[in-house]
Write a new protein. Sequence first.
Length: 260
Amino acid sequence: RPGTKRLPRAIVVGVKKGGTRAVLEFIRVHPDVRALGTEPHFFDRNYHRGLEWYRSLMPRTLDSQITVEKTPSYFVTKEAPRRIFNMSRETKLIVVVRNPVTRAISDYTQTLSKKPDIPTFEGLTFRNRSLGLVDTSWNAIRIGMYAVHLESWLQYFPLSQIHFVSGEKLITDPAGEMGKVQDFLGIKRVITDKHFYFNKTKGFPCLKKSESSGLPRCLGKSKGRTHVQIDPEVIEQLRDFYRPYNIKFYETVGQDFRWE
């Protein structure tokens, strides 16, 4: 097969349940992009296997093409920024973020579908509900503290090398969000409105044609799950908890995601 296996020039580093799979599926429609379909978890779980192992997983690319991979857990992995920087300080990073409260509920809903006997969302969220003490050691809560995780990345990469995608806008205006991703990657805006249609059943956009065939392509059945119903008071307490982190995040990246 023509082309060479190359280390990725761009990585979708996060966040879990933010819309990373959608970004990957949408961007790989572009003729100048080749993406690894599975999550290699190299910079968090498989680093000991070495860069050559990592390279061997990559799709073959021509000189004009960009290799992309996505592993959403990188964003919250302490060692990931340094490890990616050591591979290449030129790496472009894409972070898909969404309202941290909705993200936490989505995360919990996914876990519940696999482990039906886990405690309630409320039970896992608070160390002490009456005092409003949120348990930040629970991963579903911790991931949404974007400002905290971003600090580790900014020790190695300038903001100009990190692009933030709004998970909300990815649903309401996929072409607009993907236009910005293409600009960030330095490739022509090929993916436009004509690539998408809105799937009412799933509640989000799907591709009219996929990368590999001329057939419409919707994300798997695990996407667009109906969220667990959460007590509005719990949601309010979580909004209060995240507010200072959100504000700091907006200020750092110079972008208001309007989660308030």
